[in-house]
Design a protein. Structure first.
Length: 177
């Protein structure tokens, strides 16, 4: 019998000062059995950082043909493809041809090594690569509850997250635009 995902219900008060986005979001996020809490929270941050009406969570780990998040135009065209983690350059090459915009959010202990190895190949591609600090992501994961209300404020290269279990400021490092 296959393991089932863990379901999280998260209410987000989103304030993106750079894009002038002010939204109250009710999200249901399924955490794949093999997914870490840190990765799930990166997906949540990616959603907040790129919020638009058409943005949706995808099957991600359950389906290798889908990203973690995407946004499709009303015509069905792929506007945005978002990956969380350290995907291979071949995958990004393929999807950057399909989507108008491709973003990778790397975050774990091996992201610096991944970037060192993949950056020469990724430099030739139309993809944005943003790195989160692993210790900050770990602290963010400590705030998780199955049902929670959080406040996410985005300004410049910082994301402020406040939840019942605490607060954290995360910094974004743009490795490639």
């Amino acid at each position: 019998m296959a393991l089932k995902p863990t379901i999280f219900k998260i209410k987000v008060a989103l304030t993106d000062l750079d894009r002038e986005v002010y939204e109250s979001l009710s999200l249901t996020i399924a955490q794949h059995p093999s997914e870490t809490s840190e990765r799930m929270m990166v997906r949540l941050l990616a959603y907040c950082l790129n919020y638009e009406e058409q943005l949706e969570f995808c099957k991600g780990l359950s389906d290798t043909e889908e990203p973690d998040l995407w946004a499709r135009a009303l015509t069905g065209e792929l506007d945005l493809w978002i990956e969380a983690g350290e995907p291979g350059a071949d995958r990004i090459k393929k999807v950057s041809r399909q989507a108008k915009k491709t973003i990778v959010y790397c975050f774990n202990t091996k992201s610096a090594t991944w970037w060192q190895l993949e950056s020469p190949k990724l430099a030739k591609l139309s993809a944005t690569v943003i790195q989160f600090s692993w210790p900050e992501i770990q602290k963010l994961a400590d705030l998780i509850e199955r049902t929670m209300d959080i406040s996410v404020t985005i300004t410049g290269n910082s994301v402020y997250v406040a939840a019942a279990r605490g607060e954290i400021e995360l910094s974004l490092t743009t490795l490639q635009e």
